[in-house]
Design a protein around this ligand. Structure first.
Ligand code: UD2
Ligand code: MN
Length: 353
């Protein structure tokens, strides 16, 4: 029995009060926003109703608060929610430039009517994916402008044909991006992932590294496994440095994302994730690239993360900067990162495994 006789009037009063409150809320804010408030924010996104990614870009909705403080509002008033995304035709760079006329060379943007409250650097590891890069730029620029961020896009291009090294390129991207600005947030972003909802804000969580691509179409919009950290993530420079950045030692496809997830925990941090309903991404379909073959040493490397993370990362990062230039839609950083060490001998294999 849960109620005593004396509790009953209070229970009835509470019931009547909550019903009156509910009706008042419905009356003042409409059904959908009450639904959001009660059952979790954004639980009612309808992805069958999408908007053009360039919607609202020329609109300026004056916000009295923003004018007074000069800062953009905490939540941008011009967001639209689910975005229409198609990969049929790759847009030309000229077209993307014309559609994004306030983006400055180097892929820089600052809101025109208020000071961007957040400073975000998007860092993309890259080689030989020109059409993917154009598609991403086409969708990402208007997406970030609508979020009213002060942002720039950095593409870290691995020169040569040596085995690809995604995590090392991201380390380089962070080191280089921090030369340009005092970023609040570093977004580490695969070139082939397009965000589907502009309420998925490209800002960091001050307390924890954030995994943003929690729901991808290629995994049927669910997390492939509990510790998954691939795709798109957001870390503050402090969080990134605290975990000594990412590993430099994973050459080829796979494993580096699991190492990153592990070193986050080893550095005493924990992972937060964008809710699945919001962290939705479409991946541009592709085959495995030449020069990014599966890394067959990854399981052995992962066994040593606990021992190695303090020595392998930002503090051991070595590369040769070949060029740093401002393209119209992004900052291009081309680097020679060397190549994978020779495969371990039988004897050293025993030491590793
Ligand atoms: C998954 C993860 C990715 C990473 C990878 C394992 C997703 C959506 N992403 O990607 O974050 O953990 O597995 O390494 O699950 N790239 C180039 N040129 C190349 C090769 C790679 O630019 O020749 C870049 C590009 O940004 C690409 C990223 O590296 O998006 C990851 O490589 P992928 O797309 O081939 O691997 P994928 O989709 O399995
Ligand atoms: Mn991919």
């Amino acid at each position: 029995m849960l109620l005593t006789r004396t509790d009953k009037p209070y229970f009835l009063m509470c019931l009547v009060f909550s019903q009156v409150l509910f009706i008042l809320l419905l009356y003042r804010r409409g059904t959908s926003s009450v639904f959001h408030g009660l059952f979790g924010a954004y639980s009612a996104w309808d992805y069958s109703k999408t908007h053009d990614v360039y919607t609202n870009l020329s609109v300026f909705i004056p916000d009295p608060e923003a004018v007074r403080s000069l800062y953009c509002p905490v939540s941008s008033p011009i967001l639209v929610g689910p975005i229409t995304i198609t990969f049929n035709k790759t847009p030309s760079l000229k077209k993307i430039q014309l559609k994004n006329r306030y983006v400055k060379p180097g892929g820089y943007f600052s809101p025109r009517h208020c000071y961007g409250r957040y400073r975000t650097a998007v860092i993309i590891p890259y080689r030989n994916r020109e059409s993917h890069l154009r598609t991403l730029l086409y969708y990402l620029h208007p997406f970030l402008q609508r979020q009213q961020l002060h942002y720039a896009i950095f593409v870290v291009h691995q020169a040569g044909n040596a085995t690809f090294n995604r995590a090392k390129l991201l380390n380089i991207g962070v080191r280089e991006a921090l030369r340009y600005d005092d970023w609040d947030c570093l977004i580490l972003h695969d070139v082939d992932l397009v965000p589907e909802n502009d309420y998925n804000l490209y800002i960091c969580d001050e307390n924890c590294p954030k995994h943003m691509s929690s729901a991808m179409d290629k995994f049927q919009y669910s997390l492939p496994y509990w510790a998954y950290f691939g795709g798109v993530s957001a870390l503050t420079p402090d969080q990134f440095m605290k975990m000594n950045g990412f590993p430099n030692t994973y050459w080829g496809w796979g494993g580096e994302d699991d190492d990153i997830a592990m070193r986050i925990r080893l550095a005493g941090l924990s992972i937060t994730r964008t809710p699945l309903i919001l962290g939705r991404y479409k991946m541009i379909p592709h085959d495995r690239d030449t020069g990014n073959e599966e890394n067959s040493y990854r399981y052995g490397l992962l066994k040593n993360t606990r021992r190695n993370w303090r020595d392998d990362g930002m503090n051991s990062l070595a590369f040769r900067l070949l060029s740093r230039d401002s393209a119209p839609l992004y900052t291009n950083i081309t680097v020679d990162i060397g190549e994978a060490p020779p495969p371990p001998t039988q004897a050293s294999k025993w030491l590793v495994f």
